[in-house]
Each structure stands twice: as C-alpha cells, then as structure tokens.
Design a protein around this ligand. Structure first.
Ligand code: FES
Ligand SMILES: [Fe+2]
Length: 351
C-alpha cells in the first residue's frame, strides 16, 4: 500500500541540473528521463524504452539532435516522446511512444506531475518566488535521504528539534522553549506553524551571516503545502524591532528556507534545500558560509532520519507513538496528506 499521494506536482530537479544531456531521476517510484532541447525546453519521459525496457539514460543510449537513441537496439524518440525510428522495418508501431510528463519550470525548480496527466493543473503549483528573484541571493543543494518522505515532513514541521539535533548551528534553548501556533487552511491545503521568539540567543548560523550579536528577535513562520513544498520564513532582528504597519521591515534580516520534499521511492526521498536571503547580496563569503552550514544541518537531519527509517520499518504494525503540543503542525500535515491519499482511486495510509 503506497503512502505517496499521486495526482500531485513534485519537484524533480533544479532547472540548473538539466542541460543538453540525458539526466535520470526516480520520482515517486517512476524512473524519469530529462533533457533540455536546443530550444531550451525541458523534456520528461519515462526512462524505459518501450521495446525491451532498456533505460534510455544508460550508456550507450545517447542524445542526438534532440532525439534519444536507445542503446540496446536503436529505437529513437523525439522530445515529444514519439518514436521516429525502429530497426529493421519502416512501419513504426502506433504504440511506440513514451508518454511525456506534465512539466513546469518555475522558481528555479523543474516540477513534474505524477499521476493522471489529465488532472494536472499548473495553477495549483505552490510558489517560492524568492528563489529566482534578484532581490535575494540563494544557495541550494539536494541530499539523498534513505527514509520515507513523511519522516522529513514530521521533522520540518517541528523545529523544536533544532535545539537538540542542531545545537551550535541553528539551535538555541529558546526554540524548544517557545510555544508554537498552528493553523490549517483546509481549502487551500496549507499548514502554518509559527514560533516567535522575541528575546533569544542568536545562533551562529545567523550571527555570522547577519552580523547581529547577542540577543535577537527571531521569528519562524512555516508554510507547508503538501505534499512537496515547505517554506520557512525566518525573520532575524534586534530585540524590540517589529515590522511596520505597511509591511516594510527595514531593521530585519529575512531568510527564506525552502525545502522540496520529493519521494524517490516508498522508503527514500530527495531532500532539496534552498536558503534565500535579502541581505549581503552577492557576498561570496556569506554565501559559502550559509551553504556549508545549511548542508551540515541537513545532513544532521538525514543521519537521524536514516536511523529512524530503520526503526519504523522494523516495528510491528499498529505501534502507537506519543504526540505532544510541538507535534500539532506535523499532525495537521499528516491529515492533509491523508486527504490527498483518500482522493485517489486506491487510497493508502501514511505510516
Ligand atoms: S530495448 Fe530499446 S531498442 Fe530494444
Ligand atoms: Fe533539522
């Protein structure tokens, strides 16, 4: 029974990862082949030849003039997935076709729709405009996670773990001590979790990047649109500073931490992370520091969740975990994910 919602958009890659060569990545259990045509369009088709299933990303398969040639017997496909050549006969079977995935490039991401292509609604893709905005400088990466995606959702919806798992980087005592507020917009399908720390220690991650010393006002406002896009609006400011009534906020530093949580399989996940800031734009030192530090933090989570996957996989069915106040965001996210699963022809449970 699958725990991955279908008929949903997922981030498959950063736009920068796809060039004019063959690129393969498994999304929600489906191996997908990507390449960028000479006119700049990204193509996404199943990474499996219709003939004898040879992976089209696998050498000696190759790309020739925007067409992919299967390395096994030479079936050749255009960017629209249609087969244009088969060996030994002039008639090309009508069914010799790779069905393209609905695809959108937006906000530095390549999004693909997994499920019934007729249900793909481009307007439902959540946005993260900072990632491609000149008003921000962004560092980004992707770490493979050997754990089910719901464990990463749990992890990101409850940042109290920063105090323990990420001490010395982004964790300080106040994160775990400060209560959260959780709200769910059922119509839009979004979970909001907020933690506003008005007099908190400044962790090294922000002290070194902003230059602020001592105590700070630190706000964490999470916005999660299941299944894939998670945004953490982080506001760092001198104690006592609040945004102006018109929304301007000149004394504060803003960091938009964006995760795309994309299942690779039932038990592994692509953990895309980006950190966009509205200060020290173009400062290479700050970029290097934030990239290295955030990657370290992500790897701390990856290590913990890999262990957790082993524990969860081995436990007997029906094991009851215990939830407390800090888990309200994660529980709300599970409820929305369950609703997405229930909307599918074959429903399944989040474990
Ligand atoms: S498997 Fe691709 S041409 Fe035969
Ligand atoms: Fe973490």
């Amino acid at each position: 029974m699958s725990s991955i919602p279908r008929n949903q958009w997922y981030v498959a890659a950063y736009s920068s990862e796809i060039g004019q060569d063959l690129f393969s990545r498994t999304i929600c259990g489906e191996p997908i082949l990507f390449w960028r045509t000479r006119s700049g369009q990204v193509t996404a088709v199943p990474d499996r030849c219709v003939h004898r299933r040879f992976p089209l990303s696998q050498a000696p398969s190759r790309l020739v003039d925007d067409q992919v040639v299967c390395g096994y017997h030479g079936f050749t496909y255009g960017a629209d997935g249609k087969c244009v050549f088969v060996p030994g006969q002039s008639r090309i079977p009508r069914t010799a076709r790779l069905l393209p995935y609905p695809l959108v490039e937006q906000d530095s991401f390549v999004w693909v729709f997994i499920g019934d292509a007729a249900k793909a609604d481009v307007s439902s893709i959540p946005r993260a405009p900072y990632l491609a905005s000149p008003a921000y400088t962004t560092v980004a990466g992707m770490e493979p996670l050997q754990a089910r995606f719901s464990l990463l959702v749990d992890n990101l919806l409850d940042l109290s773990h920063e105090t323990y798992l990420h001490g010395g980087y982004i964790g300080t005592p106040e994160v775990a001590e400060t209560p959260i507020t959780t709200e769910v917009d059922d119509d839009a399908g979004i979970v909001y979790v907020s933690r506003h720390m008005d007099d908190a220690e400044c962790p090294p991650f922000y002290a070194k990047s902003t230059g602020l010393q001592g105590r700070i006002s630190r706000w964490q406002d999470i916005e999660y649109t299941p299944p894939c896009l998670y945004k953490l609006h982080s506001r760092i400011a001198p104690v006592g500073s609040v945004p102006n009534p018109d929304g301007s906020d000149p004394d504060a530093f803003h960091v938009e931490v964006v995760y795309a949580i994309t299942p690779e399989t039932e038990h592994s996940t692509h953990d895309f992370w980006s950190v966009a800031r509205d200060f020290a734009l173009g400062d290479e030192e700050v970029s290097k520091f934030l990239a290295e530090n955030n990657r370290t933090v992500v790897l701390q989570d990856v290590e913990a969740l890999n262990v957790l996957e082993g524990v969860v996989s081995a436990e007997p069915a029906g094991y009851q975990e215990l939830s407390i106040n800090i888990d309200t965001g994660g529980l709300a996210a599970r409820r929305l994910l369950q609703r997405q699963l229930a909307q599918q022809p074959t429903s399944a449970a989040i474990s």
